[in-house]
Design a binder for this molecule. Sequence first.
Ligand code: NDP
Ligand code: MG
Length: 398
Amino acid sequence: MRQNVCILGATGSIGDSTLKVLAQHAEHYAVFAVTGYHRIDKLIEICIEHRPKVVVVPQNKQQETWQKLQQHGLSNIEILTDEQGLVHVSSHADVDVVMAAIVGAAGLLPTLAAVRAGKRVLLANKEALVMSGDIMMQEAQKNNALLLPVDSEHNAIFQCLPHDYNISKNSTPLKQGISQVLLTASGGPFLHTPADELIKVTPAQACKHPNWSMGRKISVDSATLMNKGLELIEACHLFNICESYVTVVVHPQSIIHSMVQYIDGSTLAQMGNPDMCTPIAHALAWPQRIHTPVPALDLFVNHQLDFQPPDTQRFPALQLAREAIKEGGVMPTILNAANEIAVDAFLNEKIKFTDISKVIDYVLNATSNVAANDLEVILSHDILARRTANTYIQRKGQ
Ligand code: NDP
Ligand code: MG
C-alpha cells in the first residue's frame, strides 16, 4: 500500500525537494494533494507529473486553475480554495503524511489541522511552531501525531538524540544525559560585511545565500540571523528545553547541520551536503532510511570546518528572538508577525535591511505580554503585531 502525501506549499523550494524525493520512491508514496498560492503554472506542471487527487489554490486563482487543468486533460482533479481547502486536505482521512511547507503564519491552521488529525507531519513551516509552540506540541501529544522536523538543524538534532527520544511525547532529552544543543548557522551572505555597509544591502544580495537555495523570506531571515532566532524557538518547543540549553554556533560551510552534547563529554554531529532532500527523506521514512539524489559527503573535498560565535551587534535579530522565548507568552508570535511584515517591506524596498530588526524591536516593546494558551489569543496578537509593524513602517517612510 502506498502512503498518501499532502504537500502544503508544493510550489516552493521545500515543495520542489519533497517532490524530487517522492518521485524517487513512487512505489511507496502517492502525491494526494498539492497546494500553491501565486505560482499556478508551476502547480499545473506538478499536477501533470504527479497526478494528485486534489489541489488547493486561493479563491481568485480557482478559475485559472480549472481552465489550465482542463487544457491538460486533468479535469478529474478536485480544486479546493483558501484556508478551508488547506485545512481540509491536511486533515483528510485518506492522507497519511503532511509536508508542512507553506511559508509564514499562513501555514499555521493547516499544520495544526494535520497535527489534530494525528498525521505524520513533516515540519518545515517553522513560523507555525514559533507562533503556537505549546498548543502545537500539546495537540501532537493528545492526537498521537508524529511530528518530525524537516528544518535541517532540527532534523540533525533529532538524529543526534537517543534513538528512543520521541518528540511528540513532549519528554525532555535532558533526562537522557544531554547537556547542550549546538544549533549551527551558516552566518548568511553578510557574515563578513562590515556593520556600516549593511544599511546599503539590496533584496537581491540578501536572497543570495552562499550554501542553500531557498524561498525569498527564509533567505532574508538567514541574512538577518532571524532564521536562527526562529530556529532557537523551534528547538525549545520541539525538544522541550529552555533557551539556555541552546547555543548558536556559526559554521560557514553548512556541513555540520547541528550537534548535541552529552554529560559524558561526547558531542554528536549530523553531517552532509547542504541539500534539503536529506532531512525530507529522513522525516518521510523515519525510522527507516531511503535513498535521495544527494551525493555522499566527500571529506577530502569538504575538509575545512570552521566555527565562531554569532555577532549579535551586527545581527540583533537573534538576540530579540532569544528574549522573546525567554519572556514566553505571545512574544514569539509578536516577533514572528513583526518579522514577516518587516521582511516583506524590505523585499519591496520600503525599508532598509538594518530596519528589519528595528521594526521587530519596536513592535515587541509596544506590546503587553499575555499567556499564549489559546489559539484565538495567538491569532489576535498576530493581527495586532502586523498592524503595529505596518504603522511604524508607514510613519518611518513619511
Ligand atoms: P517558498 O517561498 O519557496 O515557498 C513557500 C510556499 O508557500 C509556496 O508554495 C507558496 O506558494 C506558498 N504560500 C506562500 N504564501 C502563502 C499563503 N498566504 N497561503 C498559502 N500558501 C502560501 O519557501 P520555502 O519552500 O523556502 O520555505 C517554506 C517553509 O519551509 C518556510 O517556513 C521556511 O522557513 C521553511 N524552511 C525552508 C527551508 C529551505 O531550504 N527552503 C529550510 C528549512 C525550513 P506560491 O509559490 O505558489 O506563491
Ligand atoms: Mg534551518
